[in-house]
Design a protein around this ligand. Structure first.
Ligand code: 5RP
Length: 276
């Protein structure tokens, strides 16, 4: 059992060593051995990064894809790992899939990984949508749009039969809006009066910038990031209220859209399904 363990030479503990060690040296040797063998079999949790957790859920999601499926391809750094693993399966197993990307960025990444792209002209319904989230609560309601892809993400999600969200555990919250500002996509024309209407709903909107110019979404719109002090009281009610404002094209509240989520934690992946 000793192998290469530098702590395992216990011969001196039992009196064979001329140095006759002290009791504290003996305890040190035993503790050292325990830590050494733990290090051989388990990852060092302190070294696990958020990217590792994103990769873990991204790969697990890609392994859930079935041959022949039409996919909804989300956007973001977690989805990147999903696409990467999917590409490996396409090359390695000859998996045949095609997907609708939710952003120009995802379309580009998917192309690089060898994933075939389709449009809604090819299929109006998709089998499986996989995407990240900025916040997700225990009912699987979400805030999305941190990457600015909320409009296409909502259209693709609502056109898919199975909807899976992949997140690291930092995204799981009790109350939506408590740690992330709600993105609202608005038409550039009249965005200021739109912002004032949003403010009357109890938030502080700020125009998303890209350097010194407003950020422009893939659909040619602006995004107002809306801060709700203490979070959003009634996410479903807020979603409806936002949709009533002329000029709002889409909001980042995704209510009753996810069926299941993979949550990456340091000690494994939790699979949460709607309704328990
Ligand atoms: C993009 C999104 C993303 O899904 C969300 O921002 C999560 O991104 P990441 O996986 O990089 O943390 O909604 O509009």
């Amino acid at each position: 059992m000793s192998g290469n363990n530098p702590f395992f030479d216990l011969s001196w503990i039992i009196g064979e060593s001329p140095e006759s060690p002290t009791q504290s040296q003996a305890i040190y040797a035993i503790l050292g051995s325990i830590l050494y063998y733990r290090g051989q079999t388990e990852p060092n949790w302190a070294d696990i990064t958020v990217s590792d957790l994103k990769k873990k859920v991204g790969c697990q999601a890609a392994d859930m894809v079935e041959d022949g499926q039409k996919l909804g391809l989300g956007t973001g750094s977690t989805v990147f790992y999903f696409l990467e693993r999917l590409g490996e399966r396409i090359r390695g197993e000859g998996l045949t899939v095609a997907g609708i990307p939710t952003s120009v960025q995802t379309g580009k990444q998917a192309g690089e990984f060898g994933i075939d792209l389709i449009t809604f002209d090819d299929a109006c319904r998709l089998d499986f949508y996989v995407d990240g989230a900025d916040e997700i609560d225990f009912s699987l309601n979400m805030i999305k749009g941190g990457g600015g892809a909320l409009l296409r993400e909502k259209v693709v999600a609502s056109s898919s039969d199975r909807k899976l969200i992949i997140v690291d555990a930092s995204k799981l919250v009790e109350r939506l809006g408590s740690g992330f500002d709600l993105p609202v996509e608005v038409a550039p024309f009249g965005w200021k009066p739109c912002s004032a209407r949003l403010e009357s709903l109890g938030c502080a909107p700020s125009l998303r910038m890209d350097g010194s110019s407003p950020f422009v979404s893939n659909n040619g719109n602006y995004i107002l990031d809306c801060a709700f002090a203490g979070g959003i009281d009634d996410p479903a009610g807020m979603e409806s209220a936002l949709n009533q404002i002329p000029g709002v094209v889409c909001n980042g509240l995704f209510i009753d859209l996810a069926d299941e989520a993979l949550v990456g934690r340091e000690d494994g992946v939790e699979h949460i399904r709607r309704g328990g």
